[in-house]
Design a protein around this ligand. Structure first.
Ligand SMILES: NC(=O)c1ccc[n+]([C@@H]2O[C@H](COP(=O)([O-])OP(=O)(O)OC[C@H]3O[C@@H](n4cnc5c(N)ncnc54)[C@H](O)[C@@H]3O)[C@@H](O)[C@H]2O)c1
Length: 274
């Protein structure tokens, strides 16, 4: 199937987890991909996997929070593929703690990666495509572009120990709904998905302490077996989602069938009771 042939898709955090599955699914549908990740190895592996499967992709390595990142990201898409049609704000990590122990740095870092970076990337996306959109309109062409912001059920239902993350992810709801209204006339669909419990390194089962490296800093991740069992009992399907299933939900919003869907927040959580 090539239902996204001719489309150019930009995905942040595409080197691992849900983002990795998403870039491969988008490429399998014919989209050309700009894969961002903080870490060069996973970004290169994603590009290689796409190329091996017959697709086209280029990496744009770096933190989404860097001042010059949005410009580099969009410039990469325009220089290599000449357009930008699909943008998925997916990159992120967790830095949990109970509110009374959250430092200013911890609060700001999570707002920065999950909310400020998407805002800045979206602003750059607008700058990169607005003249094209004007030209398409003038030529009588109907082209829809898609934005999908990745949120969490931590924002819809709340999670103890994640007030910084929940607040940032809930911020994406307001951003999504307002931008859908601003960008409707431009035929840019702006939607948001809130994942439940998806099996990635952030949610791996841990016995003791497991840390991931975020730009040289160690961040604790993972769920204890007890928390994992508690989660599974609350999910209608009785199991976490796979990265392919989570990415599949995002794909739905990228297809032309979703051209009249905008400003929505869709929970992809296997029926997790909040
Ligand atoms: N896994 C879940 O259960 C779950 C639930 C709800 C929401 N989410 C959200 O889904 C998204 C993807 O998470 P995942 O579970 O696939 O995690 P993951 O750790 O497997 O993948 C995230 C990727 O983002 C990259 N990344 C992190 N910070 C970055 C930065 N500043 N700049 C560029 N890249 C960066 C990482 O290097 C990593 O490759 C995140 O926004 C996360 O908050 C995940």
């Amino acid at each position: 199937m090539s239902r996204l042939a001719g489309k150019v898709a930009l995905v942040t955090g595409g080197g691992r987890g849900v983002g990795r599955s998403l870039v491969e699914q988008l490429a399998a549908e014919g989209a050309k991909i700009v894969v961002n990740d903080l870490d060069p190895g996973p970004a290169a592996e994603a590009v290689e996997a796409i190329t091996r499967a017959g697709g086209e992709a280029i990496a744009c390595v770096g933190s989404v929070t860097d001042a010059d990142f949005p410009r580099r990201f969009l410039d990469t898409a325009m220089a290599r593929f000449g357009d930008a049609h699909i943008l998925v704000n997916n990159a992120g990590y967790i830095w949990n703690g109970f509110l009374h122990k959250i430092s200013d740095e911890q609060w700001d870092a999570i707002q920065d990666v999950h909310l400020r970076a998407p805002f800045r990337i979206l602003r750059e996306f607008h700058g990169a495509v607005r003249e094209r959109i004007a030209a398409e309109h003038a030529a009588g062409l109907t082209v829809y572009r898609k934005v999908v912001n990745i949120s969490s059920v931590a924002a819809t239902g709340g999670t103890a120990g994640q007030s910084n993350y929940s607040a940032a992810k809930a911020g994406l709801f307001g951003l999504t709904r307002s931008l859908a209204k601003e960008w409707g006339p431009l035929r840019i669909n702006v939607n948001c998905v809130a994942f439940g419990f998806i099996e990635t390194r952030l949610t791996q089962e841990v016995h003791g302490e497991t840390v991931i490296d975020i730009a040289g800093e160690k961040r604790r991740v993972g769920l204890t077996p007890q928390v994992m069992t508690m989660f599974k009992e609350r999910i209608a399907f009785g199991r976490p989602g796979t990265t392919a299933e989570a990415a599949g939900g995002v794909m739905l919003l990228c297809f032309p069938e979703a051209n009249y869907i905008t400003g929505q927040i869709i929970e992809i959580d296997g029926g997790l009771a909040n």
